[in-house]
Design a protein around this ligand. Structure first.
Ligand code: UT7
Length: 396
């Protein structure tokens, strides 16, 4: 990097997860599965479900505004909003554009990034490139997903895995000497149809046929995806580490895509790293795709797992097959995270609808009863045992 190029720093982070919980016991009543199978094969105990009034944009706006508050910035300090998702509110406009209005920003250019579960890492890399090129000072990078509306609740191979949520970071230009950052992005189109959502695009536009064939729901070849994940998480992560000029021994914390605790354990074993080098929260959120890494990053920072100077690696994989990793040194004050979270109340954020909009009820029939029941009590962060595999096996 030449001395003229601005350095990139992570200055803010935020998160949001819907209040309603979909437990393994709930899923036992829908499909032929069991809590024992789900916990032992995935580490997942529960996931969050967005309420009818929520959307990818509303969740992304809450997490994004929290990240801006954590960074100590004004909303109009943000020049670009990049939102990674595979579950946008609409095909157009971009969900990032809806977030811009919801948070009250008047300046930012907005666009979405489509790289499935690797989306946040791709968006982070894009933001770094804009700042490094001198084209932006502060970029809001959001990963947000509302997956529970795209699941087939008769397919036990997928419906037990995914949940809803959002996470965000602010990346800022800095004149000061920067922390080293290594970025690695890969795509292997051999995996193109291993995780996919067949209909709704130009290849299979929505029709009665596509609906009746159930082609608007996520499909996945679990075993193939598992094999790809265990290989690629390690190789992509290590490539980013090498680009940062570090060795594996330098890593303080890995924030992996939260898809399955067994994948994370396999990677730890393969790299001969202890599990306490990995942050794990898949037990409480399931797989939230593009939201998974920033949601885990924000929880890791807020629970005291990250301190200034720590060398962290964010690494993801997903449909495409895509994968990506960011190796960077943490420079922000971790105590600001809870301040940012507390500054933004979910009920104060709304995404505008057109006046003549008469929407269908977005709640999947299989989840109607769950979303109608009273909300569970507030979950505080004190029960988080970051990085310990046992965390995934604790009872609530
Ligand atoms: O963001 C990327 C998204 N995707 C992933 O990361 C997914 C990666 N893959 C995985 O995590 C795992 O492959 C799964 C969790 C999806 C499946 O676990 P597995 O250990 O690979 O199970 P399997 O597909 O080999 O199935 C083993 C058995 C089968 O029964 P039989 O044929 O042995 O009698 C399945 O029918 O488990 C059965 N099974 C289930 N049983 C109870 C599959 N799903 C379930 C279920 N409950 N939900």
């Amino acid at each position: 990097m030449s001395s003229q190029q601005p350095a990139v720093r992570l200055t803010g982070w935020g998160r949001y997860a819907p209040a309603q919980i979909l437990s393994n016991a709930d899923l036992e009543r829908m499909v032929d599965t069991s809590d024992e199978w789900i916990v032992s094969r995935t580490g997942i105990r529960e996931r969050r479900v967005a309420a009818a009034h929520e959307s990818t944009a509303s969740m992304g706006a809450i997490a994004g505004l929290r990240a801006i508050k954590t960074a100590g910035l004004d909303v109009d300090d943000i020049d670009i909003i990049i939102l990674a998702t595979l579950t946008p509110d609409y095909w157009m406009p971009s969900t990032a554009a809806l977030v811009k209005e919801a948070i009250g920003n008047t300046k930012a250019a907005c666009f979405d990034v489509a790289a499935a579960c690797s989306g946040f890492v791709y968006a982070y890399a894009t933001a770094s490139a804009y700042i490094g090129a001198g084209m932006a000072k502060n970029v809001l990078v959001i990963g947000a997903e509302l997956l529970t509306r795209f699941l087939d609740y008769t397919d036990r191979g997928t419906c037990i895995l995914f949940g809803d949520g959002a996470g965000a970071v602010v990346l800022s230009a800095s004149g000061e000497p920067t922390a080293t950052t290594g970025i690695e992005l890969t795509t292997d189109p051999q995996g193109a149809y291993m995780i996919w959502l067949p209909a709704g695009g130009s290849k299979a536009p929505p029709s009665y046929d596509t609906l009746s064939r159930g082609q608007h729901k996520i499909r996945m070849e679990g075993k193939e995806t598992y094999r790809f994940a265990t290989r690629t998480l390690a190789s992509t992560g290590l490539a980013a580490v090498a680009k940062a000029g570090w060795t594996q021994d330098d890593i303080d914390l890995i924030i992996p895509h939260q898809a399955n605790v067994r994948i994370i354990e396999a990677v730890a074993k393969g790299l001969d790293l202890p599990m306490d080098k990995f942050f794990v929260n898949v037990d409480r959120y399931g797989n939230t795709s593009a939201a998974s890494v920033p949601l885990a990053l924000a929880e890791a920072a807020n629970s005291g797992r990250i301190k200034p100077g720590d060398k962290i690696v964010m690494v993801a994989f997903g449909a495409g097959f895509t994968s990506g990793a960011i190796a960077t040194e943490w420079t922000a004050d971790p105590s600001r995270g809870p301040v940012g979270d507390a500054a933004v109340r979910p009920e104060d954020i709304s995404v505008r609808l057109p006046v003549d909009w008469d929407s269908v009820d977005p709640v999947p029939a299989a989840l109607a009863e769950i979303l109608a029941r009273p909300l569970p009590g507030h979950l505080d962060l004190s029960d988080v045992v970051p990085g310990e595999p046992e965390h995934a096996h604790q009872t609530r």
